[in-house]
Design a protein. Structure first.
Length: 229
């Protein structure tokens, strides 16, 4: 039976970090984003509130900044190899993340079949703070439009998206495997029959079918699919 592998991003594919942290590091506001991350983890901020406050820190954000953040992020080793193996088996792999879509979508180039993420305000054109000269009437400091709360994913949305992907790929929910690390993955772990806690905290370790600590996704994947090449 074909399986669907569902990967979280922050703290899972990224070792000890998150997309907003890596973006903020590029912009020199790492300390400020860590405080927002702390408040979010403590459930003092809803996902949409986190997005609004993070956007307020990122006035100089452009696609070029995101590219640097993505390329310099602490990714687990073996991501491309695992996804190539999954597809070689005739299975599917997808990323579901609360992080900004303009960061998460870049993983499609690494072999993910789908990447679903929060819809943050669109990026300013590259070419300098706030965009390049002559970029049009919408040019200016990021964000150029307000955060739409409806576009920001919640942990419950991960379950909804997983069901949508099952329907899209024609794979029953009983054939899903989830990989995650924190409270935002707990509802999805409760939904699927097999789950892998990757460098996880206490919120999901006890829920998971398997646990993995380390920096190589091939080792975590081998827990559910022995024989990876």
């Amino acid at each position: 039976m074909t399986r669907l592998h569902l990967f979280d991003l922050d703290g899972t594919l990224l070792h000890g970090s998150a997309a907003p942290v890596e973006i903020s590091r590029q912009l020199g506001v790492e300390e400020e984003i860590h405080e927002l991350e702390r408040a979010f983890a403590a459930r003092e901020l809803a996902p949409s509130e986190f997005a609004v406050r993070a956007c307020a820190l990122w006035s100089e954000l452009t696609d070029e900044v995101v590219a640097r953040a993505f390329d310099g992020a602490p990714w687990l080793e073996g991501i491309r190899e695992v996804w190539a193996e999954i597809r070689a088996r005739g299975e599917r792999c997808a990323v579901i993340s609360l992080s900004p879509d303009f960061f998460v979508r870049r993983l499609l180039g690494w072999g993910a079949d789908a990447a679903r993420a929060s819809r943050w305000p669109t990026l300013a054109p590259s070419g300098g703070p706030g965009g390049s000269p002559g970029a049009g009437p919408g040019a200016g400091p990021y964000p150029r439009e307000p955060v739409d709360p409806a576009g920001i994913l919640t942990p419950a949305a991960k379950v909804k998206i997983a069901r949508e992907l099952c329907a899209e790929f024609g794979i029953p929910a009983a054939e899903c495997v989830a990989y995650g690390d924190s409270l935002s993955d707990a509802e999805l772990f409760a939904e699927v029959p097999v789950s892998v806690a990757v460098n996880a905290d206490h919120h999901v370790r006890e829920l998971a079918s398997y646990q993995y600590s380390g920096r190589d996704l091939r080792e975590a994947y081998a827990l559910v699919s022995p024989g990876i090449r």
